[in-house]
Design a protein around this ligand. Structure first.
Ligand SMILES: *Cc1c(COP(=O)(O)O)cnc(C)c1O
Length: 427
């Protein structure tokens, strides 16, 4: 790796371990070395040299209550003493069943059958398998493709990659490996709506479902659309008898301003995927939740109609304890009001970016603030300048974004927005 490692003060474990680590989305030869972290608290990341960075992105939007929340910690500690994990084939435990019941209660429509897994990508894979098998179980053959949207991101495993944006996703690289789906423009205006309608008219018979991140396409570029788009998708799905799948792995649990984006949009999908903030950013867990109609297609005397999936660590008891504790916090603390306050502060704090050269658009929805640039020439350099300004912000593509913890203080949030304005404004 180029550049020095972060300072003389880097701990022994860092120098000794770094040559054996393979980092995500990183050209290992040229990427700047990662920052050694020793602790977290609240919205702070503490580095080995004692510096504290204010976290602008809550560890890929997971840590919605800030780091080290005492309520989640206590729940996980209790669970650790009692039973860290037990397999979910043939055995059930309180944490998972309670979590499933609570998720069913807060999700819209009749989404009430929860299949647990351990990561978002896997939850998407399961949703896709569920949709394909739904049609097979109903005696309908040939429905194995999906409609997904440009700008979308659904994960890094093979099945999920195949429904990501073809450009920002990895379709060129893995083309020969990936199944082929229909990746089209979101039906936002007349032209894209007509193209979408015509695609369904021609191909509905091979399509199992429509897959979309509702209201915000996250890792594909933090692009927003409005509820009317989702209503149009729901109508199209109903007209052609397709399943509508919402990937709320990014938007779920308050990020866009309501507990789920689909609640705000007033549109219920047939299947929803959840992960990221499900455990408040503490342990890996994901859920694929099916509506009654979907589940009923699997309810049969025939063993081969069972859903054929079962991750080893599904419904991990520690993770379920964390998720239940996280749901407690949504009930007991004013998270959605905090998100509304953050939205206002992001609006005001990022507004000065609108005047900066190279800034294409500034947009805010809930606790998501986005500054979209024409391009970012030196993304590693930009990341380093944010760290030097005392904040952890990780731009991607041409996008600088803030997705802080909902518990962030106004002062900390102001430090984040000032840093964005200052760093982007400096030549
Ligand atoms: C992060 C994300 C995924 C993938 O989740 P992993 O846990 O990283 O596998 C899928 N869909 C959306 C919308 C995401 O934001």
């Amino acid at each position: 790796m180029t550049d020095k490692t972060p300072g003389e003060s880097a701990p022994d474990w860092y120098a000794a371990g770094l040559p054996h680590i393979w980092l995500p989305y990183a050209q290992m030869r040229t990427a700047r070395p990662p920052l050694p972290v020793v602790r977290t608290h609240g919205c702070r990341i503490v580095l080995a040299d004692g510096r504290e960075l204010i976290d602008g992105i809550a560890s890929w939007w997971t840590a919605c209550h800030g780091y080290n929340h005492p309520h989640i910690r206590a729940a996980v500690e209790r669970q650790l003493a009692r039973m860290p994990h037990v397999m979910f084939g043939g055995l059930a435990h309180e944490g998972a069943l309670t979590l499933a019941r609570r998720l069913a209660a807060v999700l819209p429509g009749d989404l009430d059958r929860v299949f647990f897994s351990e990561s978002g990508s896997v939850a998407v894979e399961i949703a896709m398998k569920m949709a394909v098998q739904f049609w097979l179980n109903r005696g309908v053959a040939g429905r194995t493709r999906f409609v997904a949207f440009k700008g979308g991101y659904h994960g890094d495993t093979t099945g999920a990659m195949a429904v990501c944006d073809p450009q920002s996703g990895m379709h060129a690289l893995f083309g020969g490996l990936l199944p082929r789906h229909y990746i089209v423009d979101l039906p936002r205006e007349a032209e894209s709506a007509a193209a979408f309608a015509s695609l369904l008219d021609r191909h509905a018979g091979e399509i199992a479902g429509i897959l979309v991140e509702p209201l915000v396409q996250g890792a594909g570029g933090m692009r927003f659309h409005d509820a009317a788009v989702l209503r149009a998708l729901r109508e199209a799905a109903d007209r052609h008898d397709l399943l509508l799948i919402f990937d709320e792995i990014f938007t779920g649990f308050g990020r866009t301003g309501s507990l789920f984006a689909c609640t705000a949009a007033g549109v219920a999908p047939d299947i929803i995927t959840l992960s990221k903030a499900l455990t408040g950013g503490t342990l890996p867990l994901a859920a694929t939740v099916a509506s009654r109609r979907v589940f009923e297609a699997f309810w049969s005397e025939q063993p081969e109609r069972a859903l054929m999936h079962g991750p080893t660590y599904m419904a991990n008891a520690l993770a379920c304890a964390a998720a239940n504790a996280s749901l407690d916090l949504f009930e007991e603390e004013p998270r959605l009001r905090q998100v509304a306050d953050i939205a206002q502060a992001l609006e005001q704090g990022l507004a000065p970016c609108r005047g900066l050269p190279g800034v294409k658009e500034v947009r805010v929805m809930g606790a998501i603030g986005v500054v979209e640039l024409d391009r970012i020439a030196d993304i590693e350099g930009l990341r380093a300048r944010f760290a030097a300004a005392g904040v952890f912000i990780r731009p991607f593509g041409a996008t600088v974004y803030l997705t802080p913890a909902f518990t962030i203080s106004p002062d900390e949030l102001a430090v984040l927005t000032h840093a964005v304005v200052k760093v982007l404004g400096a030549p």
